[in-house]
Design a binder for this molecule. Sequence first.
Ligand SMILES: O=C(O)CCC(=O)C(=O)O
Length: 247
Amino acid sequence: MEAFKSPGISQTRPNLTRDDLAFHTNQFDRNGYTIIANALTKAELVTARRLLNEAYESYDPKIDGRKRVEGYRYSANIVNKDPFFAPLIARDEVYSLAQQVLGRDCILSSFNTLEPLKNQGHQRLHRDGGHPPSEKVAAINTLWAADDMEPENGATRVVPGSHLGNDPAAEMEEQAVQLAVPAGHVLVTNTRVVHGASNNPSGRRRRVMHLYYVRGGIPQQTDQKQYLSDQVQTSLSPELRRILALD
Ligand SMILES: O=C(O)CCC(=O)C(=O)O
């Protein structure tokens, strides 16, 4: 298991420097993932946890799109759930890296949340994206930990460097590391990197938000124009509307 040292949950967010961006770009290119510290403050974590609980309760595939995932608490269409969530899609610490990798006009493809239930949640290792390693990265996933994510509660497994090859994902379990991602931190993955959610043996809460970004022009996993209510759509700033591809 790879341990990630954290100074603890922060009251404030760090200023993103050019050096930080260069560091994360380098990690992302080499390993296929990187972890951004303290993108959510302590106060935001309290709010996020409450609102995610509400989102799990209110999720309805007919209204929110996508399918319920067995073995998890789950919801899709999270931007529609509360005004707290929309600004996260443009949060500098994460969106700057998305723009660096996917281009300045990159958009949000989907915003979901997934939490493995006690003794459930194991996924086979897989790749989310199919573009050949030689082509430009077409999509990234960003996993925002609302609770400390550790092996005891089903932390994500990844195979470092596997975005650079074509080995079958299902045969790479021995090379996988289970990442410890403290609450408030964000795991950013190249969608070609081999990874999977894991069994949650303790049942301790593991609420994670998945904000999936793609290059501008690529169809969204959740058509935001279709699934966001009129009220939410009209409340959004021009920048958020652009990232959601509403216009
Ligand atoms: O939440 C996680 O740990 C990873 C989820 C995942 O890989 C997926 O749903 O495809």
